[in-house]
Ligand binder design. Structure first.
Ligand SMILES: [Zn+2]
Length: 283
């Protein structure tokens, strides 16, 4: 039997204020809230370096242009730079043309920063459009990280599902695009951020040690459930950079390391999946 191997991807969406602007929250306080991400980035890079953890940062074009120095710092630290839209508007809210324009514009910036186009894409607010898969394939992406169809195993993204109310789903064909699945439960934002708008209230502000308990158990269960798997955590510098949250991030890295996790970038985990489970698809 092959040796078991449990990969962990530590990922950060370096949104800064782009997500607030995309929601129309442009007054000074939400802008400053995003600005805190820049305070957090050096702290995070230092911690990652201490634990020798390779990480993936998904950076919107808006952040790449607003904070070129900090974006360079992330790239120079050896982190993978993934695509996270330009304006941080979710693709499902855009026309096909707007979505492609965002893909191209931010990808050129990523190429200017790293020397190559992004291999991976994570949609802002995790909501792909009906055009996203086709556009990601057209623009040469290897993987997406916006869907929730598995917890520990990557899979091939389908194209051409037919979804109609009062009818069973007709599944489309798998494509060569690989999904590196995510989950809101493994994302810092809903657990910690307090966001009040006219329409909604996100309470956030949970006890960090209780959240840590969930995150640790996800890894421990992965070891029971699969011999080979990938667990992806999604953090945001402006969320995770607060002191008491940095403390649990360090505890998490320590637990994972002691538990035998192999830390990799998403791109590396994606390549490893592809090598283990090649699937000939032409869709
Ligand atoms: Zn984001």
């Amino acid at each position: 039997m092959a040796e078991s191997r449990h990969l962990v991807c530590i990922t950060f969406d370096f949104d800064a204020m782009s997500g607030f602007i995309a929601r129309g929250m442009t007054s000074p306080t939400p802008i400053s809230r995003g600005e805190f991400g820049v305070v957090a980035v050096p702290r995070i890079l230092k911690l990652l370096d201490e634990y020798r953890v390779p990480a993936s940062f998904f950076i919107p074009g808006h952040t790449l242009e607003t904070y070129p120095v900090e974006s360079r710092m992330v790239a120079d630290a050896g982190c993978e730079i993934g695509h996270h839209g330009w304006t941080h508007r979710p693709p499902v809210t855009l026309t096909r043309e707007e979505e492609e324009e965002e893909l191209t514009r931010a990808n050129e910036q990523i190429k200017a920063l790293t020397g190559s186009y992004a291999r991976g894409y994570r949609s802002p607010s995790w909501d792909l459009s009906p055009f996203s898969v086709e556009l990601l394939l057209k623009h040469g992406f290897s993987y997406d990280s916006s869907m929730m169809g598995h917890d520990y195993l990557p899979y091939r993204v389908r194209r051409g599902d037919v979804i109609e109310l009062e009818k069973p789903v007709v599944f489309g064909r798998p494509t060569r695009l690989i999904e590196m699945p995510i989950s809101w439960s493994l994302d810092d934002y809903p657990h910690f951020e307090y966001v009040r708008t006219r329409e909604s209230l996100l309470p956030g502000l949970q006890n960090a040690n209780l959240v840590l308990d969930n995150w640790v158990n996800e890894f421990d269960y992965m070891k029971k459930a699969v011999d080979w798997g990938v667990l992806t955590y999604t953090f945001h510098p402006f969320v995770m950079g607060r002191g008491y949250r940095m403390m649990i991030l360090e505890k998490l890295l320590k637990h994972l390391k002691d538990g035998g996790a192999t830390f990799t970038t998403m791109e590396s985990a994606c390549l490893e999946y592809d090598a283990r489970d090649p699937q000939q698809t032409t869709a």
